[in-house]
Design a protein around this ligand. Structure first.
Ligand SMILES: Nc1ncnc2c1ncn2[C@@H]1O[C@H](COP(=O)(O)OP(=O)(O)O)[C@@H](O)[C@H]1O
Ligand SMILES: [Mg+2]
Length: 353
C-alpha cells in the first residue's frame, strides 16, 4: 500500500474518512485517495447485516457520469481499511460557493443546479439512493464542471433498504419521512437536493436553522419552509416554485423524480437566455437611434433596458460622472434579468472567480 501510493497532501477530512492527494505508482497517475475510518464503517455496515450491501468502493466503481467523480480502483489497505482511488478533482467545494455567494456562484447557480440534478437522476436511474446530497459533497472544478462525491451512505433503492430505521445523513438536509422513521426512497434525495438549491440562492436554510440539533428536526416536521422569494425576491418564479415543491414535507406532494425538476430548470434557463438576448438587441437598437438624433449622448454607458436608457437620457445630470450614473441606474432595480438566474445586474461585491 505504502509502496503503491505516495501521499502528497491532505485534501479533506470527512466524517467517515481521510482523503489524500497521492501518486498511484501502479497506475502512474495522480489520484485522490480516500481511506475509510475502519470502525465507523463497520458500525454503519452493521445496520445492513445479511442484506449484501455493496461497499462504498463497489458502488463508486460502477458510476459513470460526467457529473460524478470517477473512481479508478478500490480495495483494502494493509491496515484492513477500505480505500478508493479516485480522479483528483482540482476545484472548490460547493459549500464554499454557497457561503461566499461570490460572482462565480451568482453567474453559474442555475448551471450548477442542473448539473447536480443530472448526477442525482443518474444515480436514481441506476437504482441507488445517495442519502447525503448536500453542498459539502459537491466539488466545482476549474472548468465549472460539477462533480458529486461521497458514496459512503449510498444504498440500493429496494424494499429491504427502504425500510424505516436508518437515519444516517446530514440532519439539516434530511427529509421529514427519514426523520420520522418512515419508509424512504429516492424522494429523500429530492428533498436534500431542493435544500441545497435553496441555499445556493440564499445562503440560508429554508427553515433558517443550522447545525444538527433536535430543534431542527422538530422544525422541519412541523412548519412549512420560508418561501425562497421572501429572502430573494428577484428569483425567477418557475425556478423558485420548482425548488419549493422539492421541499414538500409529504413525499407524495414533492416532485417524484429529480428529472422533472431538471426539466423545469432547463426550461427557465432557456427562457431567461432568450429574454436576455432580446434585451441586448433592444438596447442596442435604442442606442443606435439615439446616436443619430443626438450626437452628444454618452454612449459608453451600457444600460440594458431601453426604458431605463431613455430615463437616464432625460434625468442624467451633466456633472455626474458616467460610471457613477450607470451604477445608480442598476441600483434602482429594473425588472430585467441580467444573469442566469433571473437576477438583475448587481453592483456590489464583484469579487473575481
Ligand atoms: N476526488 C476528490 N478530489 C478532490 N478532493 C476530494 C475528492 N474526494 C474527496 N475530496 C475532499 O475530501 C473531503 C471528504 O470527502 P468525502 O468523500 O465527502 O468523505 P466523507 O465520506 O468522510 O464525508 C471532501 O469534502 C473534499 O474536500
Ligand atoms: Mg462527505
Amino acid at each position: 500500500m505504502a509502496k503503491r501510493f505516495e501521499l502528497y497532501g491532505r485534501l479533506g477530512q470527512g466524517s467517515m474518512s481521510r482523503v489524500w492527494r497521492a501518486m498511484d505508482h501502479n497506475a502512474g497517475r495522480e489520484v485522490a485517495l480516500k481511506i475509510l475510518d475502519k470502525f465507523k464503517t463497520i458500525r454503519f455496515e452493521h445496520r445492513f447485516l445479511g442484506l449484501n450491501k455493496p461497499t462504498e468502493g463497489e458502488v463508486a466503481m460502477q458510476l459513470k457520469h460526467p457529473n460524478i467523480v470517477k473512481t479508478f480502483d478500490q480495495g483494502i489497505t494493509t491496515a484492513d481499511e477500505q480505500f478508493l482511488a479516485m480522479e483528483y478533482v482540482k476545484g472548490i467545494s460547493l459549500s464554499f460557493l454557497v457561503d461566499t455567494q461570490n460572482k462565480k456562484m451568482r453567474k453559474n447557480r442555475l448551471n450548477f443546479i442542473i448539473q447536480l440534478g443530472k448526477a442525482v437522476q443518474y444515480l436514481h436511474d441506476q437504482h441507488w439512493i445517495h442519502r447525503d446530497i448536500c453542498p459539502r459533497n459537491v466539488i466545482i472544478d476549474e472548468n465549472l464542471e460539477l462533480k458529486l462525491i461521497d458514496f459512503g451512505l449510498v444504498v440500493p433503492n429496494t424494499p429491504d433498504f427502504q425500510k424505516p430505521g436508518n437515519r444516517t445523513g446530514t440532519v439539516s438536509y434530511m427529509a421529514p419521512e427519514l426523520i420520522k422513521r418512515q419508509k424512504t426512497d429516492q424522494r429523500i434525495d429530492i428533498f436534500s437536493y431542493a435544500v441545497s438549491c435553496y441555499e445556493m440562492f440564499t445562503n440560508e436554510h429554508p427553515w433558517n436553522v443550522s447545525g444538527e440539533t433536535i430543534e431542527i428536526v422538530v422544525l422541519l416536521i412541523n412548519k412549512p419552509p420560508k418561501d425562497l422569494r421572501e429572502l430573494e425576491p428577484r428569483v425567477d418564479d418557475q425556478i423558485a416554485d420548482t425548488i419549493m415543491r422539492g421541499l414538500e414535507a409529504d413525499p407524495y406532494n414533492r416532485w417524484q423524480t429529480v428529472g422533472e425538476m431538471v426539466e423545469q430548470f432547463e426550461e427557465a434557463q432557456l427562457r431567461l437566455a432568450k429574454q436576455r438576448s432580446l434585451l441586448k438587441k433592444k438596447s442596442l437598437a435604442a442606442s443606435r437611434q439615439k446616436k443619430t438624433s443626438d450626437e452628444k449622448t454618452d454612449h459608453d454607458i451600457v444600460v440594458e433596458n431601453p426604458e431605463e436608457f431613455a430615463k437616464y437620457e432625460k434625468e442624467g445630470s451633466k456633472t455626474e460622472d458616467s460610471s457613477e450614473r450607470s451604477k445608480k441606474e442598476s441600483q434602482k432595480g429594473t425588472a430585467f434579468n441580467l444573469d442566469d438566474l433571473g437576477f438583475e445586474a448587481e453592483s456590489m461585491d464583484e469579487e473575481s472567480k
